[in-house]
Design a protein around this ligand. Structure first.
Ligand SMILES: [Mg+2]
Length: 176
């Protein structure tokens, strides 16, 4: 069961994801979470750096779809100014929204990567739907709605990831 929670890659932020490596792997599409993956959950708009990242990805030929469990108002306000396709109220970790996003891009699963900050929604959902997954450190501390059970799973997964050398930086238990 634990295997389903292990991402293929773990990075400190989306900006650390190697575009070159994605291209080498044949990735052409990105399904990304919004809250605490791209920006803090309470930040309404994209940052300058993020807008540059979107531009870079597009210039390199990638398609992007935001798949968020948050509501339409939040996701639309964020995505529309940058003309990014989105699926709101996605009900991750259920597979449906991931598959829909993949179809919207007209890509195969192997050509698509799922990026997110939560093991129990983004990574579990992405893995179960058969995608490559990349976990990022949350942009902001979440507001503590995770249950004790969830935290225990997360701790176990992080322990396993450390043992497998998936966490390359020091003090990986701490937020930076
Ligand atoms: Mg998130």
């Amino acid at each position: 069961m634990l295997k389903q929670f292990i991402p293929d890659q773990y990075v400190k932020s989306v900006f650390e994801i190697s575009v070159e490596q994605l291209k080498e792997q044949g990735v052409k599409g990105i399904i990304t979470d919004l809250d605490n993956t791209l920006v803090e959950w309470d930040r309404a708009d994209a940052t300058e750096r993020l807008i540059e990242w979107f531009d870079l990805l597009r210039a390199q030929g990638f398609q992007i779809v935001i798949v968020s469990n948050n509501n339409e108002k939040r996701v639309k306000h964020f995505a529309d100014p940058h003309k990014i396709t989105f699926i709101h109220s996605a009900r991750k970790p259920l597979s449906k929204a991931f598959k829909t996003a993949c179809k919207l891009m007209n890509l195969k699963r192997e050509e698509t990567v799922v990026i997110g900050d939560q093991l129990l929604t983004d990574i579990l959902g992405g893995n179960r739907a058969g995608f490559q997954t990349i976990l990022v450190v949350p942009v902001a501390q979440t507001d503590g709605f995770l249950t004790k059970f969830n935290r225990r799973i997360e701790r176990r997964v992080f322990h396993t990831m450390k043992k497998r050398g998936l966490i390359e930086w020091e003090n990986s238990d701490e937020k930076n």
